[in-house]
Design a protein around this ligand. Structure first.
Ligand code: FES
Length: 577
């Protein structure tokens, strides 16, 4: 066998192999980093696209993972170069990371496009860093592999396993109801998050890690390995060798991200009872590669995919348990009859080859398909006069009584209004009320924050109410739970029917019929629509202005309209002559 790189059309050679002034300068300045010609001569240049940041606690170990990737790249004969991109951290970034997902995707895409990279390993962790990286790499379309940072170890407090942040929300309600005190609340603060890694419930980061494995964009078994387990570094090292092989075989994101891959990913999403946020991200990724994907596809596949994974917030266990139980390969093996087994993945092999031999180790955590936790998936897409372009509910995490329900609306017209009034003793609310939040969508907030998990009014909490029907055009943290209808489209700030709801209006949800309706007659709605005026624009300049002018609605994944699709990467460049 000869050198597999012989004859490879590496784009980096246009930077390093040329004989003109540009070539001289590219080589000369690379030498300032201490590299000899041998470091890159004839080798594919592999970018290690790192979302490490001390502002993003979930990603602070990614420099160490980058070192492991680097080892793998060198072993396979590549030339690794690590570079930073914008990072997005759920806890500290305001008003919401979702506002910046598309900006980060632009950073990833343009960094890949502008530099001499033949392939890229994407190091991701906290929620939006994963889809933003995939969106950017998909639009750049050079060979790419994702390595996620892995989940934190299980939280632990008073002999109880705790998950961030499902148990943060639960104990906060205990605090508001007076069932724990301030000192216990402080103790929890130090016990729930106790290692490197992303949230270890089946929240958005864990969901996106699993869905990325379902898409075929990360190596098999990679999603669930705890962040601090040595096997995660081994995974990263293997990704370093695998990306060189992908470059040699010229396997690109567009070869992986085909309709079959999205079906597989959606099946995984339902089987794990994953976060509603994954719907937005998959829609946005599909838009980058020209795959037609609609909200309805999520609902169709939900109806025939069993719910198997018993993790919080819908279930009991945490990601560390999921890893020991077999992780995503075990889940995919269990639903293999529903998958496109011939789909190609970044391992260079098919799904069938990847999951061969995988099995469930602990059926308490991953149920066999013959005994599922639920006969169908856990997410549903609703339609009706309140959400003509769709809305989403994670019904596995809801009180079943509220899934076929009718009640009077209690309307909050902004997050400020909600915060000011929700705990007021004068609020006219009962357990049957339907809490409605307006102006919390992509344009209205802006950025579609995770405000959709509206707090239960404290006077009802104290009376023992644990769930209520809540509706908004916002998102919800993947770690949250409850009868929460999200992603209502079109949103209220652009004139969607949600904007027309008033206190006391009757609202009806019928999960079986997949309906969400405002029981107000058409003439009255027409009168309200005629009187409706859009809220004032929030931002007049900068990225936020661009975002508000171009963001797509939730049913299309909230990408910016002009970012959909792909542009060719540079192969010829002349800077100096
Ligand atoms: Fe980063 Fe939850 S805060 S994944």
């Amino acid at each position: 066998m000869g050198d597999p790189r012989q004859g490879l059309a590496l784009r980096s050679r246009n930077w390093f192999d040329r004989d003109d002034l540009d070539g001289f300068l590219h080589r000369s300045w690379t030498k300032t980093e201490g590299f000899t010609d041998r470091a890159y001569k004839g080798r594919p240049v592999i970018g290690i696209c790192n979302t490490w940041s001390e502002l993003v606690n979930c990603n602070t170990h990614l420099r160490e993972l980058a070192d492991a990737v680097r080892r793998g790249v060198l072993q396979a004969g590549g030339f690794p170069l690590e570079f930073p991109v914008m990072s997005l951290g759920e806890p500290l970034m305001k008003p919401t990371t979702m506002l910046y997902r598309n900006l980060m995707a632009m950073d990833v895409e343009e960094s890949i496009r502008a530099y001499p990279l033949d392939g890229v390993v994407l190091l991701t962790g906290c929620d939006k860093t994963n889809p933003a990286s995939i969106m950017g790499a998909a639009s750049a379309n050079v060979p790419a592999i994702v390595v996620t940072g892995g989940p934190m170890l299980n939280g632990r407090w008073r002999n109880e396993s705790l998950g961030s942040c499902t148990d943060c929300w639960r104990y906060y309600e205990e605090l508001r109801a007076g069932r724990i005190d301030e000192s216990e609340w402080r103790e929890l603060e130090g016990s729930i998050s106790r290692s490197h890694g992303h949230c270890m419930t089946m929240g958005t980061a864990s969901t996106m890690a699993c869905v990325t494995e379902g898409l075929g964009m990360t190596l098999p078994g990679g999603a669930a390995i705890p962040a601090v387990d040595s096997r995660r570094k081994q995974l990263a090292e293997r990704a370093g060798t695998a990306i060189v092989e992908l470059v040699e075989r010229d396997i690109r994101p567009h070869d992986i991200l085909v309709p079959k891959a999205f079906d597989n990913a959606i099946r995984v999403l339902h089987a794990i009872s994953g976060s509603t946020n994954a719907i937005l991200h998959l829609l946005a990724i599909a838009g980058r590669v020209g795959v037609t994907l609609s909200l309805d596809r999520f609902d169709e596949l939900a109806r025939t995919t069993p719910w198997l994974v018993n993790l919080k917030p819908a279930g009991t266990y945490l990601m560390e348990d999921f890893f020991y139980a077999g992780g995503v390969p075990a889940v995919m093996s269990e639903i293999s009859e529903l998958l496109h087994l011939d789909a190609l993945t970044v391992s260079g092999r098919t799904v069938a080859e990847n999951i061969s031999g995988a099995r469930i180790v602990d059926p308490k955590v991953i149920s066999p398909a013959a005994e599922p936790l639920g006969p169908d998936g856990s997410l549903a897409v609703l339609r009706g006069n309140l959400c003509p372009d769709g809305a989403v509910i994670k019904y596995s995490a809801a009180d079943p009584r509220l899934l076929h329900h009718e009640g009077p609306a209690v309307v909050f017209d902004s997050i400020e209004d909600l915060v000011a009034r929700v705990d007021s003793p004068d609020l006219d609310v009962s357990p049957d009320s339907v809490l409605v939040l307006q102006n919390a969508g992509p344009v209205g907030a802006p950025g579609m924050p995770e405000w959709g998990h509206l707090p239960i009014p404290s006077k009802l909490l104290r009376a023992g109410v644990t769930d209520m029907l809540r509706i908004s055009d916002a998102r919800m943290s993947g770690t949250s739970y409850g009868a929460v209808v999200l992603h209502v489209a079109p949103e209220s700030a652009v004139g969607g029917p949600l904007a027309l709801v008033r206190d006391g209006d009757r609202i009806r949800i019928d999960l079986d019929a997949r309906r969400l309706d405002l029981l107000v007659d058409d003439a009255e709605l027409a009168a309200r629509r005629a009187a409706w005026r859009p809220p004032p624009r929030k931002d007049e300049r900068g990225y936020r202005r661009l975002y508000e002018d171009h963001v797509l609605q939730a049913d299309r994944g909230c990408d910016l309209d002009f970012l959909q699709g792909t542009s060719p990467v540079v192969t010829e460049s002349h800077t100096y002559g």
